[in-house]
Design a protein around this ligand. Structure first.
Ligand code: G3H
Ligand code: ZN
Length: 287
């Protein structure tokens, strides 16, 4: 069923596991994420960046797609459709058209303005049973044109924004979108612990989930991370499987150029990655 992420992340926080939030781009990825979660009997979040939703034909198309696939694929695990790194206007639009969860990312705004807009998003979202994620500090790297400085979040600012009644909180703790550079020094567990201590058990979100070593992922979960975003790794495995298919000349054999055949290896690769990450995050069997 399509549900808000509020309860699934509360359960994750209480049960010391994390729910994977996987970015989708099209029909194939959406099916891949749903079937991976169903196979693992896990709750899941499907998220669209603003750019991906535009690519797919708009937010309403995404809502209808996910809803209809849940029905036609016989998906029984809880699914939340979430706006990833939304601006204020798009967060409000998603609340209107049927997203069950939104991220309002005001991390690049002056803190007061971030706070003010977050408050308004929370009021409008909660009136419709939609869960809300906000961000403090900045996730490094670039995602879909959104560039972050990688500044560590201030625990006090985290507390102030958590107290607005948001449902889960993304905080910069040395995490980076895209792949991690060779000289990356790892997650700041001191920052994460300080944030967890001060924010009264609110589920925390780890962005930039691609390329973090599994031990660090598990440690972060033990300190309060309940949602982990994975995007780049899905893109990498999709591209690699598609490239292999073409380089092996499979598209030249029989009807291998049929788009359904051409996209199949990449789609399977995304499903497998989703299942594997769900196992890392410990949400398998928690549906
Ligand atoms: O918001 C999405 C994520 O934070 C994804 O990060 O592309 O590094 O996996 P990633
Ligand atoms: Zn992110």
């Amino acid at each position: 069923a399509l549900v808000s992420a509020e309860q699934m992340l509360k359960d994750a926080r209480a049960g010391q596991y994390a729910v994977g939030a996987f970015n989708t781009n099209n029909l194939e990825w959406t099916k891949a994420i749903l079937s991976g979660a169903q196979a693992a009997n896990s709750p899941v979040m499907i998220q669209t960046s603003m750019g991906a939703a535009k690519y797919m034909g708009g937010y309403k198309v995404c809502v209808d797609l996910v809803k209809n696939l849940i029905d036609s694929m016989g998906i029984t695990v809880p699914v939340a459709l979430h706006l990833d790194h939304g601006d204020y206007a798009d967060a409000l639009e998603c609340i209107e058209v049927g997203y069950t969860s939104v991220m309002f990312d005001g991390s690049h705004l002056p803190f007061e303005e971030n706070l003010e807009k977050a408050k308004d998003v929370v009021a409008k979202a909660h009136a419709k049973g939609v869960s809300v994620e906000c961000e403090v500090g900045s996730i490094g790297g670039e995602e879909d044109g959104i560039i972050g400085t990688g500044e560590l979040a201030s625990p006090e600012e985290c507390k102030t924004i958590a107290d607005l009644g948001i449902d889960f909180l993304a905080a910069g703790i040395g995490n980076i979108h895209g792949s991690y550079p060779a000289n990356w020094t790892g997650l700041s567990f001191d920052t994460l612990s300080a944030i967890a201590d001060i924010t009264d058990g609110i589920p925390l979100v780890l962005h930039g989930g691609s390329g973090i070593p599994v031990e660090q992922v598990k440690k972060a979960i033990s300190l309060g991370v309940s949602k982990i975003n994975v995007n780049t790794e899905c893109q990498e495995v999709f591209a690699a499987a598609t490239r292999k298919y073409i380089e092996e000349g499979k598209d030249l054999e029989g009807k291998g150029f049929d788009p359904r055949k051409l996209l199949a290896p990449g789609t399977t690769a995304v499903t497998e990655l989703v299942e594997q990450r769900i196992e890392w995050f410990g949400s398998n069997g928690k549906a």
